[in-house]
Write a protein that binds this ligand. Structure first.
Ligand code: GLN
Length: 281
């Protein structure tokens, strides 16, 4: 195998990916960094350094998988969320930057120092573990109905050294009877089953159970909103992520269900992304 430099490897990988990925350069960079096991600055500090044969071969294999559409996060087995590293696999959703607005909104709520907080459908554990990382005194519970996701969230809890987070397998509230929380958050599946975007990009490799829901994508959101009333303390909050066209109908639903101060927050792409409701009890 001919030895190639870091700069050559980067441009070769980016050009192979140019036809299949909209983010070819960023993808190439992420895959190369993974092969090298170095931080991003390294490839720009040492563009002339050569890859070992092993690294070159690994890069070519990873680029080939990416060219087939496999998400970068699945290839490297990791994705950053809230500046924390999360292990990722195909048992659940890859954490999205859009969801950071939910974390930020939760952190801005006027909650007790040791508030009991629940994350429903935690997946990798991204939301619950990011919140627990910022609020060490919160009593955080995270549930998911998929056993692979529960295992993954536990692995992330271990890596991020947040042993205080309780992680359970539960079909939404099923295993939580009699418990009360000051805040319930969720990024449930909310994509309509017939949405054409499901045939494009990373979502093709993510489980449908983490993405789609009946009733035009509202089934899980409505189920959670309805049942959360039984599990919220008086004066507690419900905070739900949803699709950018779902805000209005979800606000109407929360109002119908008796939530107050219902408001939607936009994400960093200025799309409506999370809706908050106050539970008067
Ligand atoms: N925001 C994700 C997407 O559009 C979907 C996340 C979800 O269904 N909870 O790809």
């Amino acid at each position: 195998m001919t030895r190639i430099t870091i700069a050559q490897a980067l441009s070769q990988a980016a050009s192979v990916l140019a036809t299949s990925s909209e983010s070819a350069h960023v993808d190439a960079e992420a895959l190369l960094l993974h092969c090298l096991g170095k931080p991003r600055s390294f490839i720009y500090a040492w563009p002339e350094r050569q890859l070992s044969d092993e690294q070159h071969k690994q890069l070519q294999q990873m680029v080939a998988r990416r060219a087939e559409g496999v998400p970068v996060a699945h290839i490297v087995g990791e994705r950053e969320f809230w500046s924390l590293p999360f292990i990722v696999n195909d048992s659940t959703l890859i954490p999205r930057p859009d969801t950071e607005i939910l974390v930020e909104t939760a952190l801005n709520l006027p909650l007790a120092e040791n508030a009991a907080v629940l994350d429903l459908g935690t997946g990798t554990g991204a939301i619950a573990l990011a919140l627990a990382h910022e609020r060490r005194q919160w009593q955080m519970t995270a549930v998911d109905n998929v056993s692979g996701a529960v295992e993954l969230a536990k692995a992330n809890r271990h890596n991020l050294q947040l042993p205080q987070v309780e992680i359970l397998q539960s079909d939404w509230f099923a295993e939580l009877s009699g418990r009360k929380f000051q805040l319930i958050v969720s990024n449930p599946p909310y994509i309509e089953e017939s949405d054409e975007h499901l045939a494009l990009g990373d979502v093709r490799f993510e489980p449908r159970s983490a993405l789609t829901s009946g009733q035009q994508g509202f089934a899980a959101l409505f189920h959670i909103a309805e049942h959360a009333r039984e599990y919220l303390c008086t004066g507690g909050y419900l905070l739900l992520e949803h699709g950018f066209t779902q805000g209005k109908r979800l606000r109407e639903k929360l109002n119908e269900l008796g939530y107050m101060q219902v408001a939607t927050v936009r994400d960093f792409g200025s799309n409506e992304r999370c809706t908050l409701g106050f539970w008067p009890g």
